[in-house]
Design a protein around this ligand. Structure first.
Ligand code: CP
Ligand code: NVA
Length: 308
């Protein structure tokens, strides 16, 4: 059977997303010790820092009976110029899957192209698919939504950097499942045209995707999602970003316009006092840290789907 990668949310159909979510809920409930990935090894390559992705993937492998190997890209021969092609061939002969966190999305696609084993994107500058799958699981759990179809009635609002990896994956998920997403962001940081054009290819599904620089775009939100203003790799722009995003902080004023059942999400790590206040972090601790926990459950589901 041909191996399957998860490089982008667009690698999944609506049916596959629904399957992964249902399986993740079952895994979260189940206390049974099962070892379906016994003998399997996942190599995990990190070009950028990580806490949640690294530890949740490693724990997911252990809990499923397999083993993870954590690799710092700086210690690999790739850092001294070995090609992605050669790295892919070698790793494919030792491992059963690769999870990679990298700067360049193209590099990850190249790794997948030459690997004979599944490659999972653990964040690139362009996408963070595992995060967004866990996030939509959290929305279903906390808003008591029983099916993917029920998500269509949820008003999702992302407030902050409309051009980052989180938003790109969120737009892709919205397009495939036909959801309702408003991006509240300064105009200069709106999603790029190619990202919106790709989403439009699914227009028959009925997604509503809009971008506005007006913070009242958050009115009636059932979910308010934010992320750091400066993503990893963009540190040089930090000062200009702080200025541009200041009016878009998730704080008690912004929350006043949200729906009465609203939850707040943050993929973490957060810069308290910048994109989100300490007060809102504490008030919405349950949703934000359930979101972090669900990374473990959705990743078990992804690993089972791709590696078993
Ligand atoms: N949200 C997330 O991916 O966290 P880490 O950077 O800690 O992995
Ligand atoms: N947009 C953030 C997400 C971190 C999980 C970054 O890329 O740094």
């Amino acid at each position: 059977m041909k191996k399957k990668d998860l490089l982008s949310i667009y690698d999944l159909s609506a049916k596959e997303i629904e399957f992964l979510l249902n399986q993740a809920f079952k895994l979260k409930k189940s206390k049974k010790l099962i070892s379906p990935l016994k003998g399997k090894i996942l190599g995990m390559i990190f070009e950028k820092n990580s806490t949640r992705t690294m530890v949740s993937f490693a724990s997911a492998m252990f809990q499923l009976g397999g083993n993870p190997i954590i690799l710092n890209s700086q210690n690999m021969q790739r850092a001294r110029g070995e090609t992605i092609h050669d790295t892919a061939l070698v790793l494919s002969s030792y491992l059963d899957g690769i999870m990679i966190r990298a700067f360049s999305h193209q590099d990850v696609c190249e790794l997948a192209k030459y690997s004979s084993i599944p490659v999972i994107n653990g964040l690139t500058d362009s996408e963070h698919p595992c995060q967004i799958l866990g996030d939509i699981m959290t929305v279903m759990e906390l808003l008591h939504i029983k099916s993917v179809a029920g998500l269509k009635k949820v008003k999702l609002v992302f407030c902050g950097d409309g051009g980052n990896n989180i938003v790109n994956s969120l737009i892709a998920l919205t397009a495939i499942l036909g959801l309702d997403l408003t991006i509240v962001s300064p105009k200069a940081y709106f999603p790029k045209a190619d990202i919106l054009d790709k989403a439009l290819q699914y227009k028959g599904v009925g997604a509503k995707i809009k971008a506005t620089d007006d913070i009242f775009g958050a009115k009636g939100a059932d979910v308010i999602y934010t992320d750091v203003w400066t993503s990893m790799g963009f540190e040089k722009e930090e000062q200009e970003r702080k200025k541009a995003f200041a009016p878009y902080q998730v704080n008690s004023t912004l929350l006043q316009n949200a729906s009465s059942r609203a939850i707040v999400l943050h993929c973490l790590p957060a810069k308290r006092g910048e994109e989100i206040t300490d007060e809102i972090m504490s008030q919405y601790e349950r949703s934000i840290f359930t979101q972090a926990e669900n990374r473990l459950h959705i990743q078990k589901s992804i690993l089972l789907y791709l590696l078993k």
